[in-house]
Ligand binder design. Structure first.
Ligand code: SF4
Length: 195
């Protein structure tokens, strides 16, 4: 199912790897990343794949979900950075919404290499549809996970473009191409992962 998106990503300059299962993707990442400092963005996908534990056995992994919010800064300067996206268009745009900014910042600068691990549920046919899913599916689910006091967390059905003090959507980043000087690999997984 990844032929179209894979070609689009490659034509934009991203490296692409494809896997049938999350276990195979995790094994690949565990083989590829060794003896490095590794930063994680907040990502249910990475959590579901158990990558903190597997990579942590032979790398120095920094993740604020495991060690507290102050680790966000330390994760900005690791050799390798891993996170996911909220939406991926089959035309190759990678979309992320963030509240604290560390996750999107880590995808933009400061590392030798970035891996973006993307389950099939994140993919939409067009940029507009991928943006819609990021705003109306991923963000409300993340607001619910975080217990945010927002209309989307209360109802769980869509984005209300709220003005709540607890709004989690404070920036939107679209990767059209890999950032200059930073190798970026999209790891496509034919399973539902994260939101
Ligand atoms: S803008 Fe507000 S309502 Fe919309 S998804 Fe973000 S937190 Fe929820």
């Amino acid at each position: 199912m990844f032929d179209k998106v894979s070609e689009a990503l490659k034509s934009r300059g991203f490296a692409v790897s494809r896997f049938g299962t999350a276990a195979e993707a995790a094994e690949y990442l565990n083989r590829s990343i060794d003896n490095k400092t590794v930063g994680f963005g907040g990502s249910v996908t990475l959590q579901e794949m158990g990558l903190y534990e597997t990579l942590g056995s032979h790398n120095q992994v920094v993740w604020h979900w495991q060690g507290g919010p102050e680790l966000r800064r330390e994760a900005m300067t690791t050799q390798v950075y891993l996170t996911s996206v909220n939406g991926l268009a089959e035309t190759g745009e990678l979309i992320n919404i963030d509240g604290s900014g560390n996750r999107v910042a880590g995808s933009l600068f400061g590392h030798e290499k970035v891996y973006l691990v993307v389950g099939r549920n994140k993919i939409a046919p067009t940029y507009e549809e991928a943006l819609w899913r990021a705003r109306n599916i991923a963000a409300p689910k993340n607001a619910q996970r975080l217990g945010a006091k927002t209309p989307c967390a209360a109802k769980g059905d869509r984005c209300y473009d709220c003005a709540s003090p607890g709004r989690i959507c404070r920036t939107l980043v679209v990767l059209w191409e890999p950032m200059t000087g930073m190798e970026t690999e999209v790891v496509l997984v034919d399973e539902e992962l994260g939101y």
